[in-house]
Write a protein that binds this ligand. Sequence first.
Ligand SMILES: Cc1ncc(C[n+]2csc(CCOP(=O)(O)OP(=O)(O)O)c2C)c(N)n1
Ligand SMILES: [Mg+2]
Length: 376
Amino acid sequence: MTEDSTAAATATTAIETEEQDTTTTPLAAAPSELRIEHEQRQQKQREEIHALNKETLHHLLYQMVLIRRFEEKAAEAYTLGKIGGFCHLYIGQEAVAVGSISALRPDDYVITSYRDHGHAIAKGIPADEVMAELYGRAGGCSAGKGGSMHLFDRDVNYLGGHGIVGGQIPLGTGVAFASKYQGTDRATLCYFGEAAVNQGAFHESLNMAQLWKLPCVYICENNQYGMGTSLQRAMSLQNVSEKACAYDVASEFVDGMDVLAVRAATERAVARARQESLPTLLEIRTYRFMGHSMSDPGNYRTRSEIEKFQERDPIKLFRENLKTQNMLTDEENASIEARVKDEVERSAQFADSSPEPAPEELFAHVYANPIVNSEQ
Ligand SMILES: Cc1ncc(C[n+]2csc(CCOP(=O)(O)OP(=O)(O)O)c2C)c(N)n1
Ligand SMILES: [Mg+2]
């Protein structure tokens, strides 16, 4: 599937049922204003491209394309019944995970919500293991017992995949506390959606992080909807980055369709975490092109709204800018697409051939001291 064909496939198969709010609310910014603002940002991206070498730029493009194609394959596998349960796609938001994680060292931590496939791949979990986890197979990164929402891999410091909205925010705060307590300069990136900002846990965490000077970067991926409810209908102060001032936390508003802007803002926040042991709140404005999950009929927004945001597809724009700046040839682009295709195909074959988890594994990884048998 191309970016364009992904774009067309917005509503997905109804397998699970979720409560739908069918009232559409116009977004605050008019599309024409967004276009002007975006043109200015694109010009900035074209300039910033020259600050990075070709290898880094190609790596960023490769990772975004990999996440896009991986999820298109996952959507196909879902409709074939190979993946069950909830499955939340990240299509449209790839620049956020790829740009921000590219600013990290391998020993830094990442923790996120259930919309977690992109972050897992960007942090270094092999695509094979992510796909096998979606299939619920033993070769998956959580041994097939976590599924789409609970990807986890301690080896690459990827601490989930969490299903409770906002639940990972205090956990990420605790991880940052541990890094500081142990005397390291590791940073933690803690991601959440804008709907999680209405949870008390967000406010308690930011307060504590500033008070205790914790090296945590809070990344709000503001895709403008929490399930079928638009930000305008759910939040009194819609500029999430402004909420940081209530806790004296540093903050930035970032264009989430620009992978280089995300990378640069995260670099500044990570430097603050490492050098000053201080938190930052980044509000990264993005948009999800697909439904909330695979069961979302999408009645709460119009097709034309989706199409407006698809003009700002982060992959399409980055690729075009790389080409106009002579940093990507057609052959190099074709080679990236071919390598991604191979990697995704291999991941699906790996998942298909991986066994189901053994029944005796049911209680493993549940408690620190598992009950060996029921008679003890
Ligand atoms: C505590 C809690 N309340 C409600 C839900 C149901 N729920 C699942 S996703 C979601 C919307 C979250 O939206 P947002 O935080 O913006 O993240 P996005 O899905 O847009 O990435 C809700 C309400 C939940 N999982 N946990
Ligand atoms: Mg959201």
